[in-house]
Ligand binder design. Structure first.
Ligand code: GH3
Ligand code: MG
Ligand code: MG
Ligand code: MG
Length: 319
């Protein structure tokens, strides 16, 4: 508590997590051509789960894309495309490849089971099935999937500031760079560095430094309103901002406001020669990514601008 008070930071300013643990019901998609099977399975699974029903492979694939279910129960023998073809299609699409699939099939040989598992199913249940076993397997696979999702999210979030980490930045910038290239739209990137942060730590202690980092990160995050705008902790006291589909003028205005607003937090920093409050310097650049340019070289331009902002006196934005 005390270190918050010493530095003018308040508990309520400390960051909200960037992800939430899912609280609503898991969604299960049942793909089976036999009406009786669909009825029996949905009766088993409701009301513990939300159930979606598809009577053939095509309808199943459409529902999987549209609703992103947490688990799919898939029949093998169906008219039109069979269950093996359905799972191949699910696994080849980035939006559905991670959905766990359990086969429920009347093909009971071990060869059939092996084919299903080799195609990427997490489990293979033979008909006639034993209801409590289906319920138990479904529950176990959903739990495993939840743990996997949670670990994936944790691996992309910085534990101190709870904004995204550098690993997320590297993944996101690749995607955004190629999307802006494809759509011929402007991308803006900024690098933010806290001014005289070493002396802040020296004067107020490392715990206060940590709290200041959390505060600055959450304060900046709140000002990024659009869903694809990203703040990531790039390293020590540096944050990268990715603003897809944003031109230089808008990005520069946004970062100027952020720069001013950090100073206006009035976190005291007595040994800062520029303001006596904690401030940031910002380098930024905007471009329409072309095929022969790469995001690493572009980031060097952003870094040069950050260096200029520091050289020109700090607490400012250079674009
Ligand atoms: P400049 O205005 O030129 O950026 O000066 P500076 O002192 O901020 O620059 P420098 O790179 O010398 O210092 C960065 C400091 O950030 C050093 C380091 O102790 C501090 N820092 C980095 N990560 C953390 C952290 O997780 N917690 C705390 N408390 N301090 C950190
Ligand atoms: Mg069938
Ligand atoms: Mg630095
Ligand atoms: Mg610094």
């Amino acid at each position: 508590m005390d270190e918050y008070l010493n530095t003018g930071l308040s508990i309520k300013d400390v960051n909200e997590p960037q992800f939430v643990i899912k609280e609503d019901l898991d969604k299960i998609l049942i793909i089976d051509d036999a009406r009786d099977n669909r009825a029996l399975l949905s009766e088993l699974l409701m009301p513990e789960y939300k159930v979606l029903l598809a009577k053939d492979g095509v309808q199943g694939l459409n529902l999987a894309c549209k609703h992103s279910p947490d688990l799919i129960l898939l029949d093998v023998i169906m008219p039109g495309i069979n269950g093996y073809q359905v799972i191949k299609s699910l696994k080849s699409d980035e939006s559905t490849m991670d959905i766990p699939v359990i086969f429920i099939s009347s093909k009971i040989s071990t060869e059939d089971e092996k084919i299903g598992l080799d195609l990427g199913a997490v489990d293979y249940i033979t008909k006639p099935f034993h209801p409590p076993i289906v319920q138990a397997r479904v529950r176990n696979h959903l739990l495993g999937q939840r743990h996997k999702n949670l670990l994936e999210q944790l691996a992309l979030v910085d534990s101190l500031t709870e904004v995204y980490n550098r690993r997320f930045y590297e993944l996101d910038i690749r995607k955004v760079w190629s999307a802006c290239n494809r759509n011929d739209t402007e991308l803006s990137i900024a690098m933010i560095d806290i001014d005289f942060f070493k002396s802040y730590n020296d004067d107020y202690g490392h715990l206060s430094g940590d709290n200041a980092l959390r505060l600055v990160a959450s304060h900046i995050k709140k000002q990024l309103k659009r869903p694809h705008d990203v703040i990531a902790r790039y390293g020590g006291e540096e944050f990268a901002i990715i603003l897809p589909n944003t031109n230089a003028e808008s990005a520069r205005n946004l970062l100027s406001n952020i720069c001013r607003s950090v100073e206006n937090l009035q976190v005291e920093h007595d040994s800062s020669s520029i303001s006596h409050y904690l401030t940031i310097s910002v380098g930024g650049a905007s471009t329409i990514p072309s095929r022969d340019a790469d995001h690493e070289s572009f980031l060097k331009v952003v870094d040069e601008h950050l260096y200029q902002a520091k050289a020109q006196g700090r607490n400012k934005v250079c674009w």
